[in-house]
Design a protein around this ligand. Structure first.
Ligand SMILES: [Zn+2]
Ligand SMILES: [Zn+2]
Length: 190
């Protein structure tokens, strides 16, 4: 595993300067994006869809280049923090998010839920939620998940850690576990 690179500025004056430069770069990017956007709309109006699509692609590239640069944390989006570069996924993260994600991935190995149990849990959850109605039974909490996990004999601490892991994958309630976190959960090497 390659080492992470930390770029840390501690002097307040330089921190201010760096933040201003980052804001400036973002403003330039946004300016360019709004120009491209109106140009793309103009071409669409006169039915040159190919050119309009090309311009939209350019906008997407600008956004993605900016997101991947040292100016912005790839996780929380802040632009005023010291950043860490992770050579394994080639992303810059602020130091806080880097730590947070490290904790979360360590969490994965602490959860004594085996893959077949996770599968059982997900199947049960989709039955209870009646996902054919797009999670209409979900009340925005983890009430079904908690119920199912308790029935499966998962203890409180493990249960809470498992739900934290779900949140890390974008599952902030019962239905979101199925819509957002499911694939990642099934990939967990637990
Ligand atoms: Zn961050
Ligand atoms: Zn929900």
């Amino acid at each position: 595993m390659k080492a992470k690179k930390v770029v840390e500025i501690k002097t307040p004056r330089f921190i201010r300067l760096r933040n201003e430069l980052r804001s400036l770069l973002r403003l330039c990017m946004e300016d360019k994006v709004s120009l491209l956007r109106s140009e793309s709309a103009r071409w669409r109006k006169i039915n040159n869809l190919e050119l309009s699509r090309k311009l939209r692609q350019e906008i997407e590239n600008l956004h993605s280049d900016f997101r991947r640069s040292i100016c912005v944390c790839g996780f929380c989006g802040s632009i005023d923090k010291n950043m860490v570069f992770n050579p394994n996924n080639e992303h810059w993260l602020c130091i806080g998010c880097d730590l947070h994600l490290k904790e979360i991935s360590a969490l994965g190995s602490k959860i004594p839920l085996k893959l077949p149990q996770i599968e059982t849990f997900l199947i049960d959850l989709s039955r209870k939620l009646d996902v054919s109605k797009k999670g209409s039974n979900c009340d925005g909490t983890f009430s079904y998940s908690r119920f199912i996990l308790r029935e499966m004999g998962v203890e409180k601490e493990n249960l809470n850690n498992f739900l934290k892991l779900c949140q890390n994958y974008g599952g902030y309630c019962d239905c979101e576990i199925l819509f957002n976190a499911k694939d990642q959960l099934l990939k967990q090497q637990i």
